[in-house]
Design a protein around this ligand. Structure first.
Ligand code: FAD
Length: 329
């Protein structure tokens, strides 16, 4: 890291962020600035989405490399396995490891709507979790690290990869519609070697807290990070509702519809996401994972609002708007 990111901004709770790979040069330049500023919150990691079927592979890698080279933040690569053979999935994991990425969010992904529905060799995210561990072990079968205090000659494996995260569905995966299955699926991913779960977007804190309770009762012990998105337009709220299969809260839907200005809509979305974030932290969530939609200001406003309400919160320093970067190409 070359220290491009500034001093860490203390929040008092762990945070992580999700980004998606940009499609244009202009968006890529803007995303670089966003990453630099998100890094100031000293996130546990920044994850980068991956188009199922591999459509975004190179663009995802470019963003992950930027995080590696310009910040001290751990980059996490989303990977999907739908439609892949074992050999293809193996190659994909190696390619990301070669680039220096050692944390993954292992996903099955959705088969293309117009495709033949073939899932490929790996039927679930749990199988991809296993494959990631296998590939890591093949690359570095063992490390000769003496176990402190143990008899001479005993070795232990070096802990790796850094993180293998998986998706969790507090209100049920749209295809399952039976939340017991989602707890079972999460437990299977843990058994396969996942060490972190990140939830799908949800709208109501009790849904997340009840899911965590059910998961714990079923034997899930890994941290379950709540995934929260500041939603600031009626269109995005509608899309998220479709994606999750959940009815968005009417209060937020109405606020976003009736607010005549962008500032008003942003304030409504930020207020909703902040209240949800505070409620899950109060309920014991191990941190916040924010779906940033590659935007900085809303994310900052949410974190600022939440941090202000936490006990022992430290004030966030004032920040000036990012400088305009001259565009060359
Ligand atoms: P799985 O967890 O394997 O399965 C999903 C659900 O199917 C389970 O929860 C369960 O309800 C059911 N299920 C699975 N196995 C069984 C079984 N054996 N028996 C019965 N039911 C079962 N998609 C992308 O394309 N790119 C991304 O970058 C991306 N990032 C994401 C990040 C997060 C945090 C989340 C929550 C989702 C993301 N997705 C992404 C969407 C994801 O690909 C979809 O949810 C997809 O439909 C399933 O992938 P999965 O990893 O959730 O699959």
């Amino acid at each position: 890291a070359d220290g491009a990111s500034g001093a860490a901004v203390p929040l008092g709770f762990p945070v992580s962020f999700e980004l998606f790979p940009p499609r244009t040069d202009a968006a890529a330049i803007a995303l670089g600035r966003t990453i630099d500023r998100l890094a100031e919150f000293d996130p546990a990691f920044i994850s980068v989405t991956f188009g199922a079927g591999g459509s975004s592979r190179d663009r995802s890698l470019t963003v992950l490399r930027y995080i590696l080279e310009h910040t001290t933040v751990e980059p996490m690569a989303h990977l999907t396995c739908v439609g892949s053979t074992h050999a293809e999935a193996n190659r994909l994991v190696r390619e990301f490891l070669d680039a220096g990425v050692t944390s993954f969010l292992a996903l099955r992904g959705d088969p293309p709507k117009d495709g033949d529905g073939a899932l490929g060799d790996l039927g679930s995210a749990a199988e991809l979790v296993q494959l990631i561990h296998r590939v890591q072990e093949e690359r570095e079968p063992f490390t000769l690290q003496p176990v402190p205090g143990a008899a001479a000659g005993r070795i232990r494996r070096r802990p790796r990869p850094e993180r293998v995260a998986v998706a969790a569905f507090p209100t049920g995966h749209p295809r399952s519609r039976d939340v017991a299955r989602d707890v079972d699926a999460l437990l299977a991913k843990q058994v396969a070697g996942a060490n972190l779960a990140i939830t799908q977007i949800f709208f109501r804190a009790p849904d997340y807290l009840a899911f965590v309770d059910r998961a714990r009762a079923a034997g899930v012990t890994i941290p379950i990070l709540p995934g929260i998105m500041p939603i600031t337009t009626p269109e995005r709220l509608h899309r998220v509702g479709e994606m999750t299969g959940e009815e968005p809260p009417s209060s937020l839907a109405i606020d976003l519809e009736i607010e005549p200005t962008e500032e008003g809509r942003t304030a409504a979305g930020v207020a909703f996401a902040s209240a949800l974030s505070s409620a899950v932290l109060d309920g014991g969530a191990p941190g916040l994972h924010l779906y940033t939609f590659n935007r900085y200001q809303e994310v900052r406003s949410v974190l600022e609002t939440v941090a202000r309400t936490r006990p022992h919160a430290l004030p966030l320093p004032d920040t000036t708007p990012p400088e305009k970067t001259p565009t060359k190409d």
